[in-house]
Every structure is written in C-alpha cells, then in structure tokens.
Write a protein that binds this ligand. Structure first.
Ligand code: SF4
Length: 316
C-alpha cells in the first residue's frame, strides 16, 4: 500500500510547488492515481516515465524540473537533497510461516531476511517464529538497507550481521535467497508468500556452475570493458579504476543503461560489471559475451582462487 497521505504534510512544510514522482516498474500503473491525488492538493506534478529498479537510480532529470522528487517503493541508498522516499508496504499473513517451522526448528538460530515491501514485519515475523519454537534473529542493515532484516540484490549486510546458523528469506522468487547463501555460506531457505507458501532450501550450485563457465570463457578474452554506472547510487569509480589497472587492455566505460546492443556495439571481448551486481548474476543470459563480477575478473586474471569466490555487493 502506498501511503501518500504520509508525504503531503512534508511537501507542504517544505513549501514545495512542483513535485516529480518516480515509481518502480511494478507500481507505475498507479501513476495516474498518485498524480491526481497530488494535483487535488494543489501541486504541479511530473511523472518520471523511465525504467526504475531501485533507489540507486533516482530521476535527477525529473528533480531538475521539480522542488521535490517523491521516490516510491524503496528506502534511500544515497543522500540526495530534495528527495522524499515513500515506501510501499505489503503485509504477508503470518500463518504462511507454519510450513517452515519443522525445518527451521533444527537450527540454533535462524536469521530473518526480506525485501523492503515486507521489512516492516520482520519483528512480528521473528516473534511469531519464536512463539513457535524457532530461535529467529534479525540483523541490523547498512546505509543501503536501513531496515532490520532488509536485503537488496546489492547488499546482504543484515544477513551477515545476524550471524545465524541458517537463514530464512521471505519474498518473491529465490534470487535474494541465493544471494543470502552466497553472502553467508549458511543453509538458506526461501518462502514466497505469494506462490505456494512452500519452504524451499536454496542452492547456489547451478548459478556457480554458470559463473564458472563464464570465467573460463573470459580467460581467452583480449579486451575487457569495465562498466561504470552513471546512475545515482550505482557508480563505483574507485573499484572500476582498481579493476582497470589489473589488465593492460581494460578500459572504463561510463554507461547508464546496459543492454546487449550497447555491449555488442562497444565490441569488447568481455566486460566487468561495477554497476548493479544483479547484472552479472541474474542477467548474463541477455549477453553473448561474459559479463563478470569484480571477484570473477580477479579469478580470470589469477589474482583470486575459485575457492575464494565472493558475491559482489555495493558496500557503504
Ligand atoms: Fe537494486 Fe541493483 Fe539498485 Fe541494488 S544496485 S538497489 S540491487 S537495482
């Protein structure tokens, strides 16, 4: 649920007149409704129509037109002036946890992780599980994940901070659960509240096999493009510069939207991604050439062993 009423007093107290609104893809169909509600309050409204997958991609172009940018659906990952974050909260019924109890009880502690939509419920989830015999714990987040138990595809600090024997990820799909496993190397279970509600232990084996194949393929590459994002919360210039210094034919490429067409056209044999970490892990099938994470590039160059494989995270 989007609680627009929460931001209107704040907009008025800032004396804002022109409001830009940015919504993630899943919430864009609510743009007309939000615009109407803001107009009824006397504001001029501009909707950002560009794709948006996270608070790492603030629409600063829209903000240039407006007094305030209302960014919906995410918590902040950077500190930009004149941006107000409006979370989207989606309650999950706690009874869905019942199927998870027998397996989770086997562990001395279980770290609870979830995405932003459900992070307001982590304490209630923890209490419910404790009442049912599971020693559930929650880790503090980071500057990119300010809520306890919150994870992003680029940050698993709350899982690591929980220091649990096993983990439960509650949310859609298994990508984040695999990320928790890679970040902690501990048994990790996924519970999708909107699918069948069945607990699933995740394994990163399939993903790692695919990554190993890309690393092997990249060993014959002669040129490497180091992708440096120009998005507000994805640019890791120091990392890109360090990686570019590791190979004589590596060049930094400043880029905003990373597409197959752009990478083909740029013509490098392989790329190293310092933008959103999901790109290498989740989107490789979109690209005909290897798109490596920073640690994978180090493995290609013999500067890191496969046994030291680490998941790419954007650290504070
Ligand atoms: Fe999400 Fe990627 Fe942005 Fe992190 S960098 S917030 S995973 S889109």
């Amino acid at each position: 649920m989007i609680q627009l009423s929460e931001v209107i007093p704040e907009l008025k107290s800032r004396n804002a007149k022109r409001i830009a609104v940015q919504l993630p893809e899943g919430l864009k169909p609510q743009a007309a409704k939000i615009a109407k509600a803001l107009k009824n309050e006397g504001f001029d409204v501009l909707i950002s129509g560009d794709a948006c997958w996270g608070a790492c991609d603030l629409s600063l172009d829209a903000l240039a037109w407006a007094d305030v940018l209302v960014h919906v659906g995410h918590t902040p990952v950077t500190t930009e002036k004149n941006v107000i974050y409006l979370p989207f909260q989606q309650d999950i019924p706690l009874e869905i946890l019942e199927s998870a109890v027998p397996q989770l009880r086997q562990y001395t502690s279980v770290g609870i992780t979830t995405t932003i939509q459900h992070a307001h419920q982590t304490k209630a989830i923890c209490k419910w599980l404790k009442d049912h015999g599971v020693n559930a714990v929650i880790g503090t987040g980071s500057s990119r994940t300010p809520l306890e138990g919150q994870v992003l595809g680029c940050t698993y600090a709350s899982a690591k901070n929980a220091k649990a024997e096993a983990y439960l990820f509650i949310g859609t799909g298994i990508f984040h659960a695999i990320g928790v496993w890679l970040a902690t190397k501990k048994p990790t279970f996924a519970l999708d509240p909107f699918a069948d509600g069945i607990l699933q232990e995740v394994s990163a084996d399939r993903l790692l096999r695919k990554r190993f194949a890309q690393i092997e393929k990249a060993k014959s590459a002669k040129t490497f493009g180091i992708l440096l994002s120009s998005k507000s919360g994805q640019g890791r210039r120091e990392l890109a510069e360090r990686l570019a210094g590791l190979h004589e034919n590596a060049v930094i490429i400043l880029i905003r939207e990373i597409s197959e067409m752009q990478l083909r056209n740029l013509g490098f044999d392989a790329y190293v991604n310092t933008a959103c970490p999901r790109l290498a892990l989740d989107d490789q099938s979109r690209f005909p050439m290897p798109v490596l994470s920073p640690s994978e590039f180090e493995i290609v160059l013999g500067k890191r062993s496969w046994d030291d494989y680490i998941i790419d995270e954007i650290l504070p």
